[in-house]
Design a binder for this molecule. Structure first.
Ligand SMILES: [Zn+2]
Length: 293
């Protein structure tokens, strides 16, 4: 029996030169324009778009520079791929603001977000640390996790663990701007393919939805694609989409599909075949979820 595990599918994509942000449904999404993404943000957050666009990374990775007005220190979230020109441009942007880099944070460890982090920290200066949930992606001995509050340069960033896209996915809340930095848990368009468990992901979406409503979130600043100005509507869409897909997978299994591949062949008929390996990893997560509940 042919059964492709999620991580194998991702490795397969890596061999194809694709970064692990997956979006089998992007045909139904709205493409952002590069010029509207680079430089976008809020009062405290500015996006520097990395030049790594692909079917999987949408327009490229969004690197975020975040700083309190009047502060001489900035926090850089997700330096991006190991691309010297991009890393240099991020640093130049920080310096053009009259600031230096105080800290680097990672929303998760996928290489399109993290591969350049060590190089960037060294470029920025000897003592700059990289904090991440997964110890493998840290520089220095400080981790990052649920309930942590970052106060670099007078900034306030609150950390939530939101697993699902990956086991180490974090979401950052920037209360002064009512902004949610969602990493790849929520993207600027389309939906995310899962490497972690669907149960975790649904829990993370429900939590972000409840949090956004209670905290009055006004903006989502995603890891890829344009920013989103109606967080509740976006999260409702994500939650509905997952429920619909789950119902489709259940129906395909009821109709006789036995493997992730067989489910994909039924459910993702309208999606280009180049994205089927990614879809398969997503379907496998759904099958695991259905089998486990
Ligand atoms: Zn990504």
């Amino acid at each position: 029996m042919y059964r492709l595990a999620g991580t194998s599918a991702l490795r397969h994509l890596d061999r194809l030169g694709w970064n692990p942000v997956r979006h089998p449904d992007r045909a139904s999404g709205k493409m952002g324009d590069m010029s509207e993404i680079d430089g976008m943000g809020t009062e405290r957050a500015t996006c520097v778009l990395a030049p790594n666009p692909s079917a999987m990374t949408l327009n490229g990775t969004n690197t975020w520079i975040i700083a309190e007005p009047g502060s001489s220190e900035a926090v850089v979230v997700d330096p991006g791929p190991k691309d010297g020109k991009h890393l240099r441009r991020v640093l130049d942007t920080v310096e053009a603001q009259g600031r230096r880099v105080g800290l680097v944070l990672l929303t998760h460890g996928h290489p399109d977000h993290s591969a350049g982090a060590g190089k960037f920290a060294r470029l920025a200066g000897g003592s700059v640390k990289v904090r991440a949930l997964d110890p493998r992606h840290r520089l220095g001995d400080e981790g990052l996790g649920e309930g942590d509050v970052i106060t670099t340069g007078g900034l306030e960033l609150r950390i939530m663990e939101t697993p699902g896209h990956s086991d180490d996915s974090l979401t950052f809340w920037l209360p002064a701007d009512d902004a949610v930095l969602s990493g790849d848990t929520v993207l600027g368009y389309g939906t995310t393919v899962l490497e972690g468990s669907l149960g975790d992901y649904l829990g993370s979406l429900d939590r972000l939805r409840a949090f956004s409503a209670e905290a009055g979130a006004a903006t989502i600043l995603p890891g890829h694609g344009p920013k989103l100005d109606d967080p509740i509507a976006v999260l409702d869409h994500y939650i509905d989409h997952r429920r619909e897909r789950l119902a489709q997978v259940e129906a395909a299994v009821a109709a006789g599909a036995r493997t992730a591949r067989e489910v994909v062949e039924r459910v993702y008929v309208d999606v280009h075949k180049s994205l089927w390996p990614a879809a398969e990893s997503s379907v496998q997560a759904q099958l695991d979820y259905l089998n486990g509940r």
